[in-house]
Design a protein around this ligand. Structure first.
Ligand code: HEC
Ligand SMILES: [Cu+2]
Length: 358
């Protein structure tokens, strides 16, 4: 049986590999290199994007990113090598007048080689993978700040047992201290994902999952976060924000959030408080310091201090607040907060009250 690699003509063929052939191969190789680089730019070098899934600003995300980098470059090298070899061979050994293309079959040495090489590559990827899995699934450090994150259709509740504090949709954490997130769900499976910091780990009803990470980069803007497990009609609208603060600023935030709701002043605000206290709102929401103590919807004690509304669907502006109160399911399909048939006048007063709850 004939075999191309044992043909004595190989050396001769390389010599006959003309300048034009070299030029062509070089050009195409450059193209492949540019393609690899483009993939790199698209998938890895998007630092600064709010949802960059290869973030380095939390230890959990950084570990996963380092693993991704290893795999990307190994896969990139394989891609580049295969493209290069395919090109060179298809030019060097192409069918020409007076020469027929050869088929290789039954070369055990070759077959063992191209079985062994992938096995070695997969084994090489497995070692850092197991290292990262071991590091990320062990116990959180003892000094970690605990947060209980509970998924609801379609919003997030955050509880800090250490402070006896409950809030929603915007999570504050101090920089450089480990945070352990205990993941719960009130209804269906959700998933906690802050691409630049940590995640995705499922929030499963009746079962506690955990993750921990240390946020390392303080920044004024929020880190964007998103439910990452399809959970029904408004899954795509189930987002949240994470703010990483210096310890002192974090302590200040905790103190402000621990305070009871501001006493309603005069005018619209007081009228809004009156409407809230005497309508369906109290059956679903808590405003600490008032009679509203229900826990169906987000805690509203300091809703005015949040930057976003309805699980980070929209900015917290009086216009958006009014839009929300007028008809929640129109803003967020399937919303568990019903349309309460409020009048424009009632909405204006409620907006004044809720925005005063800083
Ligand atoms: C049947 C229960 C229910 C009633 C009644 C109800 N809400 Fe809600 N509310 C919810 C739920 C659930 C959410 C979360 C919706 C989401 O984001 O998907 C919510 C969200 C909100 C939000 C946004 C909170 C945030 O963190 O962004 C505000 C503000 C709000 N409600 C105010 C009110 C007011 C004012 C009333 C009374 C007029 C009211 N709610 C009545 C269940 C209720
Ligand atoms: Cu979801």
């Amino acid at each position: 049986m004939s075999c191309a690699l044992s043909q004595p003509t190989l050396g001769g063929q390389i010599l006959r590999f003309t300048a034009r052939g070299l030029f062509l191969t070089g050009g195409v190789l450059l193209f492949v290199l540019a393609l690899t680089w483009l993939l790199y730019v698209i998938f890895i070098d998007s630092a600064g994007e709010p949802m960059n899934q290869l973030g380095n600003e939390g230890t959990d995300a950084a570990d996963i990113t380092s693993l991704y980098n290893v795999v990307f470059w190994m896969a990139g090298a394989v891609f580049f090598a295969i493209m290069a070899i395919t090109l060179v061979f298809s030019i060097m050994f192409r069918e020409r007048p007076g020469r027929e293309a050869l088929q290789i079959h039954g070369n055990s040495r070759l077959e063992i080689m191209w079985t062994l090489i992938p096995v070695i590559i997969v084994a090489a990827i497995a070692i850092p993978s197991f290292e990262v899995i071991a590091a990320r699934t062990g116990d959180a450090p003892d000094d970690a700040l605990q947060v209980i994150a509970t998924g609801h259709q379609w919003w997030f509740e955050f509880e800090y047992p250490e402070y006896g504090l409950v809030t929603a949709n915007e999570l504050y954490v101090p920089a450089d201290r480990p945070v352990e997130v205990l993941l719960h769900s009130e209804d269906v499976i959700h998933s906690f994902w802050v691409p630049r910091l940590a995640g995705k780990v499922d929030m499963v009803p009746g079962h506690e999952n955990r993750l921990f990470f240390t946020p390392t980069v303080v920044q004024e803007e929020a880190y964007y976060a998103q439910c990452a497990e399809f959970c029904g009609l408004s899954h795509a609208n189930m987002r949240f924000r994470v703010f990483v603060r210096e310890q002192a600023d974090f302590d200040q935030w905790v103190q402000a959030q621990l305070a009871d709701a501001a006493e309603p002043a005069e005018g619209l605000v007081a009228e809004g408080a009156q409407i809230f206290a005497t309508s369906a709102c109290v059956g679903c929401h808590t405003i600490r310091g008032t009679a509203a103590q229900a826990q169906v919807g987000p805690d509203l004690t300091h809703v005015g201090s949040r930057t976003t509304l309805a699980s980070a669907m929209m900015a917290n502006t009086p216009e958006n607040m009014a839009r929300w109160l007028l008809d929640p399911p129109a803003v967020k399909p399937g919303s568990k907060m019903p349309d309460l048939d409020l009048t424009d006048d009632q909405v204006a007063k409620l907006v004044a009250y809720l925005e005063s709850l800083e």
